[in-house]
Design a protein around this ligand. Structure first.
Ligand code: FAD
Length: 372
């Protein structure tokens, strides 16, 4: 799979996504949103994307994938985010759980789960954070104890986006008490409809419900639902975080705001704002190159841990500055919480937190640097 197209390449795929999103918008089937990969959930849209081969693009064909490169997938995700399309239903499964299962999962798990991600039948939520284990993910207390034929998982996860809609959960759990907290962790795939799973909503700043607390009380998980090696969860999840951090969503969550600001400013005489927007556009061009580098790295079979952390760190600063530019205009004087400006303002406090806070990313980048 060698497709070294530049970031603006893959024009046939880009056209396909532009036509699909335009037809949905003109039929009134969705309204463009900021932060749509997290906040805009529409299973019907995800299933249509799946039917046209735009989910699981990089997975092998035997599992319902398209055997495209990560560079091609990047072109598609860029277009979906630019269009503010409702992609939250498949985003987590497609972006990181499928690739994690492909890298580390056993054959039975691959055959069971990957085709369901590819068809948007499986909706995944991410069970990483816990009340006492946020940035310090290795401190997870959710436990899994071996029983005949599998494991019993018990614990409490928090900030779990879309858990109330998910069919499956990725869960990081402790399978051994060890002196070093990064050891003894294991990754699992759980059924959200299994006995012992309960979810409680946590409304966010905008009053929207996508966060949840999730409790697991002795939930039985069959043995084949372990991802990779028992006890190797930390090393695997660090790799998985590079899928989570290294995508275009770390740069384009506020893209609908940026384009609206540019259109609006073109009509006015605020030269200071125009120059600020010009510099944001230039930074965006650089960040797109970085996304492309991450995708190329994934295509070469590597886990771009440092590159993805750098992209997320720089992408968050960029997105924060887009919101600061918005705050300088009268557009946010009385924004509707349902419009793209209001949505972006309300979502923006989470940009720097989700997927790793700046301090955590910087310490990861510097640790990786000292190893290289
Ligand atoms: C929109 C959104 C969606 C999310 N979705 C999910 C999800 O689906 N699944 C999931 O598992 N989690 C999810 N999260 C959780 C997210 O990853 C957590 O915000 C993160 O784990 C932080 O945990 P915490 O709230 O305990 O903050 P803390 O860990 O207490 O961190 C708070 C702040 O303390 C500082 N800090 C922490 N550690 C260090 C350090 N070592 N060095 C320096 N400073 C530090 C940082 O400034 C950090 O921002 C989501 C978060 C957001 C905002």
């Amino acid at each position: 799979m060698n497709h070294p197209a530049p970031p603006e390449g893959c024009s046939a795929l880009r056209t396909q996504v532009r036509e699909l999103t335009a037809s949905w918008r003109s039929a009134g089937r969705y309204v463009a949103r900021s932060d749509s990969w997290l906040r805009s959930f529409d299973l019907e849209f995800s299933r249509e994307l799946a039917a046209t081969g735009l989910i699981a693009m990089t997975y092998p064909k035997e599992f319902g994938g398209g055997e495209h490169s990560n560079v091609e997938r990047l072109a598609v995700t860029e277009e979906l985010l630019r269009a503010g399309a409702p992609v939250a239903a498949h985003w987590i499964g497609d972006r990181q759980i499928g690739p994690a299962i492909l890298r580390h999962g056993g054959r039975e798990l691959q055959e069971e789960i990957l085709p369901k991600i590819a068809s948007a039948e499986a909706v995944f939520c991410l069970g990483m954070s816990e009340p006492e284990a946020g940035s310090d993910l290795a401190a997870v207390r959710t436990s899994a104890t071996p029983v005949r034929g599998g494991w019993l998982v018990s614990g409490h996860k928090t900030w779990t986006s879309h858990a109330h809609r998910a069919t499956h959960a990725y869960v990081l759990a402790r399978t051994a008490q060890t002196e070093r907290k990064h050891e003894g962790l294991t990754e699992f795939v759980l059924d959200m409809h299994a006995d012992g799973v309960s979810t409680t909503p946590i409304p966010d700043l905008a009053g929207e419900h996508h966060f949840n607390e999730v409790r697991f009380e002795e939930v039985f998980v069959p043995a084949h639902r372990v991802i990779g090696e028992v006890g190797n969860g930390w090393r695997q999840v660090v790799e998985q975080l590079s899928f989570e951090r290294g995508g275009a969503e770390r740069v384009l969550s506020s893209y609908p705001v940026l384009t609206a600001l540019i259109t609006r400013t073109a009509e006015g005489h605020d030269t200071e704002l125009r120059s600020l927007l010009g510099s944001l556009v230039a930074r965006l061009a650089v960040l797109r190159r970085l996304c492309w580098e991450v995708a190329r790295c994934l295509d070469s079979g590597k886990a771009p841990v440092q590159e993805a952390a750098a992209l997320k760190y720089l992408g968050n600063a960029f997105e924060r500055d887009v919101i600061d530019a918005l705050r300088r205009t009268d557009l946010c004087r009385d924004p509707s919480p349902d419009g793209i400006y209001g949505q972006a303002l309300l979502a923006s406090p989470g940009f720097g937190l989700r997927g790793g806070a700046a301090e955590v990313l910087l310490s990861l980048i510097s640790r990786q640097e000292t190893r290289s």
